[in-house]
Design a protein around this ligand. Structure first.
Ligand SMILES: Cc1cc2nc3c(=O)[nH]c(=O)nc-3n(C[C@H](O)[C@H](O)[C@H](O)COP(=O)(O)OP(=O)(O)OC[C@H]3O[C@@H](n4cnc5c(N)ncnc54)[C@H](O)[C@@H]3O)c2cc1C
Length: 472
């Protein structure tokens, strides 16, 4: 057994772990990084990047088939599903060097390609290495949750870890789970010429604002995706190429391939947390506001911390750890300004409170400002008029924003900035946006917040009349 000592030991080389390792090593700390599987973790290999690349293939096919609205003949797209997967892997390969072992070794990080498990509160074993660390950061991420549904163990199925390697085009893809991952995959596949049925036990996109989610769901249905809601799976049967999903309400859905997308589970099984006195919760590792576990020398960040599971959250957590572990500065993780987006077409994005949450929290002091894409000149030019932005405002400051429509994931950035810095609606309204941009929607919704105050206010009208009478 080789014994090693370090300032910071990072377990897991995904979005969170890599950010901590890069930051800490470049600031002079001695860092060891463990990775049992692929450098880059879920986001690069099985998550954000491959899914967005496949969505891009679907979008290209869709534009070919719907070009005539722009004066260009519609073409039935010639889809090569395997080549679309080549594109996905080429995109991964282009980004991979940023997360590579060589790059991190260049920063001075010692990278060990082994799974780690605690043997004591400050020691971790990885292969034949025994590592003692002043601080440990657990960034082991999450994996697809595959519930023990009756019959599932007898039937071949895919998850986000295997679907991007599938090269034969599914004739009919059944997707169990109508969350963001299920919906993104559903639209990508229908656009690539597959039949798609989504089977969801409750409401599809149920964590989002229902009014905004319904615009996405209607669009997917209009493209041909069958979305079955309130359809709890009772039994799965069949074989490769012919799968059947029976639901509790007596329906049977038949397809050629099955994708499981029902949720995520934290990667904690291999860590032997009890050896380090680290408690777990129902969704992951128990952490306090500063992401410390019940062992004060150990932090947990990203998906394994069991909160919002996004790459940008893991990166945000990494910044908190660097402040706290390297500089001993107090630093707390907040969630109120964390956005998320679902990259369907139209996109769906949220930051802060939804309308229902804001109403519950603030009652009658809540004002909701809205603006539709159908009044945005750029959206009209590009025939992307579906959708809206609504901003929840309390005493002149935004407490949440919901956007559904073209580039919603880009537009939400401004509201993340506003919530992070407690900006006022007046500051957003004072911004000048270039015309014609989709981004003008942000300014226009702030304008929509102020216009009733200006245009329906009798005092304002009296002042204007008075001034007009007296100026030469
Ligand atoms: C299909 C899909 C699409 C997604 N799309 C988006 C998106 O568009 N935007 C977004 O923000 N998020 C998206 N996500 C979520 C995003 O991928 C995760 O939130 C992010 O990867 C979490 O980062 P992490 O560092 O916590 O964990 P990960 O990136 O999962 O990294 C954890 C790493 O730890 C390693 N590991 C685990 N246990 C051990 C151990 N004991 N020892 C050593 N190594 C270990 C794993 O092998 C893995 O490489 C998507 C997820 C999926 C599944």
């Amino acid at each position: 057994m080789q014994e090693l000592k370090t300032d910071i030991l990072v377990i897991g080389a995904g979005s969170g772990g890599l950010s901590v390792a890069a930051g800490a090593s470049q600031m002079g700390a001695d860092v060891i990084l463990l990775e049992g599987h692929k450098m880059g973790g879920d986001c690069l290999n099985f998550g954000c990047i491959p899914s967005k690349a496949l969505i891009a293939s679907g979008k290209t096919a869709h534009s070919q088939a719907h070009a005539s609205a722009f004066g260009v003949a519609d073409v039935a797209p010639q889809i090569d599903y395997a080549a679309a997967k080549d594109h996905v892997h080429d995109v991964i390969a282009q980004i991979e060097p940023m997360d590579s072992q060589e790059r991190f070794e260049g920063f001075g990080v010692k990278v060990i390609r082994e799974y780690g498990s605690f043997v004591s509160p400050t020691q971790v074993q990885a292969g034949d290495h025994l590592i003692s660390a002043r601080r440990v950061v657990v960034a082991t991420g999450s994996s697809p949750l595959v519930p023990p549904l009756p019959g599932l163990d007898q039937v071949p199925y895919y998850t986000n870890e295997t679907i991007f390697d599938l090269r034969e085009k599914p004739e009919h893809l059944l997707i169990i789970g109508g969350g963001p991952i299920g919906m993104e995959m559903a639209q990508a596949h229908i656009r690539l010429g597959c039949k798609v049925t989504v089977i969801e036990g409750m409401k599809a996109l149920g964590k989002d604002d229902p009014e905004a989610a319904s615009i996405v769901l209607d669009s997917l249905r209009a493209e041909g995706v069958a979305i079955q809601e309130d359809a709890m799976v009772a039994q799965i049967r069949g074989k490769a190429g012919a799968v059947e999903v029976a639901t509790e309400n007596g329906e049977i859905y038949a397809g050629s391939h099955l994708l499981m997308a029902v949720g995520r589970k934290a990667n904690i099984d291999q860590l032997k947390l009890e050896a380090a006195g680290i408690e777990r919760t129902r969704t992951g590792i128990k952490v306090d506001d500063s992401l410390r576990t019940t062992n004060r020398k150990v932090y947990a960040i990203g998906d394994v911390a069991g909160g919002l599971q996004f790459t940008h959250v893991a990166g945000y957590h990494a910044g908190i750890i660097i402040r706290s572990a390297l500089f001993s500065l107090p630093s707390k993780a907040k969630t109120a300004h964390i956005p998320w987006a679902t990259y369907t077409d139209p996109e769906l994005a949220q930051v802060g409170l939804t309308e229902a949450q804001a109403h519950e929290q603030f009652g009658d002091t809540l004002e909701v400002a809205r603006f539709g894409y159908n009044h945005n000149d750029r959206a009209i030019s590009e025939r992307k008029t579906k959708g809206f932005i609504k901003v929840m405002v309390v005493k002149g400051r935004p407490v949440g924003a919901t956007i559904v429509g073209h580039q919603a994931g880009e537009l939400i950035n401004l509201w993340s900035l506003a919530l992070a810095n407690n900006l006022k609606m007046g500051q957003i309204a004072a911004m000048v946006s270039p015309y014609p941009t989709i981004g003008e929607l942000n300014k226009r919704v702030a304008g929509a917040y102020f216009s009733p105050r200006l245009f329906e206010n009798q005092t304002v009208k009296r002042v204007v009349r008075f001034v007009q009478r007296w100026i030469p």
